[in-house]
Design a protein. Structure first.
Length: 188
């Protein structure tokens, strides 16, 4: 496995763990309970800052290089890159709505609950397609020189410096969410 694919797969593993925390909040809402909007906001914030600003641009570099080596892939990979734009918009809108609820001390609506559930489902499907189809395709089709080109281009991404700190940020966020959840359990 190349270093880039290894990093992207690790990101998916981290995002899956955070999406599980978000799913727990959606399940609480669907059951008529009170979700911890701080957890929802933290997960969406991570998805926005890291997923949309660092992870997806790196994936797009891989897909762009695949298209440069095989023009027949442009349709499929263009659709995946468009998914990145839609995920970014969805994340941004959900984050704004959750922050508005928190600032104005309003409870989440049934519509927000549906949107969050759809967001989670869509994100899982998107990552599954990449993990099962696109990452293996990239590993198969891209040469060592292609990966060198991708890595060189990645150094010029706006979030490249932040990407080096992501594992520490993810671990801190995950631990914080676990502490919040344990506090909620002791309050019951």
């Amino acid at each position: 496995m190349t270093a880039v694919i290894n990093a992207l797969s690790g990101d998916h593993h981290n995002l899956t763990a955070l999406l599980r925390a978000l799913e727990a909040q959606v399940t609480t809402l669907k059951g008529g309970g009170q979700a911890d909007l701080e957890v929802v906001e933290l997960v969406l914030g991570y998805c926005r800052r890291y997923g949309d600003q660092v992870h997806h641009p790196l994936e797009n570099l891989v897909y762009d290089r695949l298209c440069e080596t095989d023009a027949q892939l442009k349709g499929v990979l263009g659709a995946v890159c468009q998914d990145h734009v839609l995920i970014d918009e969805s994340t941004k809108n959900l984050l704004e709505e959750v922050r508005d609820l928190m600032e104005n001390c309003r409870p989440p609506t049934a519509d927000l609950t549906r949107q969050l559930a759809a967001f989670i489902e869509g994100y899982h499907k998107h990552m599954a397609q990449e993990d099962k189809v696109l990452f293996p395709l990239a590993q198969e089709r891209l040469s060592p020189m292609d990966w060198t080109v991708v890595e060189a281009r990645a150094q010029n991404l706006p979030g490249a410096i932040y990407a080096q700190q992501v594992q520490e940020r993810f671990l801190a966020l995950r631990d914080y969410i676990h502490r919040l959840q344990r506090l909620d359990e002791t309050d019951e």
